[in-house]
Design a protein around this ligand. Structure first.
Ligand SMILES: [Zn+2]
Length: 391
């Protein structure tokens, strides 16, 4: 079967036209990709979201049932609301060798390159298959890829290696921090503030938790540093707080959110346990003496595992080989790499475009970045054809 040949820039123009802002459906883009692959004789497998409004797409080129290399990218983009764009963010515009549009860097540029490389993948007798793994809802906490990963080794062939094509300007990234977000709700009892002993003050209890969070933040800062990251330690920030009813009422409730950007060496579960212990041992019994209905609810609302490939990673060795580089980098933004790695598929991050342009107004990708990525994918195809060891 001979399917259509398009350049990466032509495919990028098509992909940008689909408004796949995370809160919207990505199905029109998925159908476009499914149809494009079908024209090349490649079957797609979809993993739909619970409400059916979105889907992940997984497709294999080369021998079926063999582990192979997955090229992973997300189909969703961040909103353009409140940003001032020179041209329509959903129409690709070329100015001075740059391609402008929402998602050009993050990360439809990579998806376009992968799709443009499909005819080359097909032309070869791949000994090692190449899988396409396109996800939804990455920008809202790497949510969409989780049901896809859950199907690996079941309905979908589990890859031996995963290349996540987030924008790294085609340099090889082998580590990133992991964002973890908590939501805490404290319920006390209201009383007239002149009769304070009859109430259980939720804000006062929040103060105790804030003290502990401050101590944890200090400890994270003083822990052994990893100078490859900026900043070179894990951060903890209380990002939102809300509580109380009026100046003369003992506050019945207080809620707060905090965020940890964990280094690969930091275990979020330890922080979670420490906070729960403080709440259950030092706060709740005291509140319940006055108000048996009171309590503290501590919940992790989103957790993306930090990523560290490790020095022996086959994925990193292959990516360095294909990119013609000998140095790896660490970044502070999160990707799906940690989730793949956690599920037993060694991952690496390398993709076209600069993270500095991601999420910004007038997001763009340099045309040379697409060319560089096409070169990388061509070398991947040659390597997969030989079925060679990574080095
Ligand atoms: Zn991204």
């Amino acid at each position: 079967m001979k399917g259509p040949n398009y350049s990466a820039a032509e495919l990028l123009a098509r992909l940008v036209r689909f408004d796949t802002t995370s809160h919207r459906s990505n199905l029109s883009l998925v159908r476009f990709v499914e149809d494009y692959l079908a024209q090349h004789g490649i079957a797609s497998q979809l993993v739909a979201s619970a409400d059916g409004a979105k889907a992940n797409l997984y497709a294999t080129i080369g021998p079926p049932g063999v582990a192979g290399v997955a090229l992973s990218g997300h189909t969703d983009v961040v909103p353009v609301e409140g940003q001032s764009w020179t041209s329509d963010p959903f129409v690709l515009a070329e100015r001075d060798g740059r391609l402008y549009g929402r998602g050009t860097a993050d990360m439809k540029g990579f998806l376009a390159c992968v799709l443009a490389a499909v005819p080359d993948f097909l032309k070869r007798q791949l000994a090692v298959p190449i899988h396409l793994a396109f996800s939804y809802d990455e920008e809202v906490g790497c949510l969409g890829v989780r049901p896809l990963i859950a199907e690996l080794g079941r309905r979908l062939t589990k890859p031996r290696l995963v290349i996540v094509g987030e924008p790294t300007s085609m340099s090889v990234v082998d580590a990133h921090k992991g964002p973890v977000r908590w939501h805490i709700e404290i319920k006390g009892r209201a009383a007239h503030s002149s009769m304070a002993p009859l109430g259980a003050n939720a804000i006062a209890v929040a103060g105790k938790l804030l003290d502990e969070l401050g101590r944890i933040e200090d400890e994270l800062k003083r822990a052994p540093r990893d100078e490859r990251f900026d900043p070179p330690y894990a951060t903890l920030q209380v990002t939102r707080i809300e509580g109380g009813t009026a100046t003369n009422i003992v506050p019945v409730s207080c809620q707060l959110d905090f965020d940890v950007r964990a280094l690969p060496s930091v275990d979020a579960a330890t922080i979670d346990r420490r906070l729960r212990t403080l709440a259950e041992r030092d706060c709740v019994p005291e509140m319940r003496r006055v108000a048996p209905e009171s309590g503290i609810d501590i919940r992790i609302t989103n957790e993306v595992p930090p990523f560290a490939a490790g020095s022996a990673s086959e994925a990193v060795a292959l990516a360095l080989h294909l990119a013609g580089q000998n140095e790896t980098h660490a970044v502070s933004y999160a990707t799906e790499a940690g989730l793949f790695q956690e599920a037993g598929s060694p991952a690496v991050v390398v993709g076209p475009g600069d993270i500095a342009q991601a999420h910004a107004a007038d997001e763009w990708i340099a045309k040379e970045q697409l060319d560089d990525c096409m070169g990388f994918l061509g070398r991947l195809a040659a390597w997969a054809e030989r079925g060679a060891a990574p080095r």
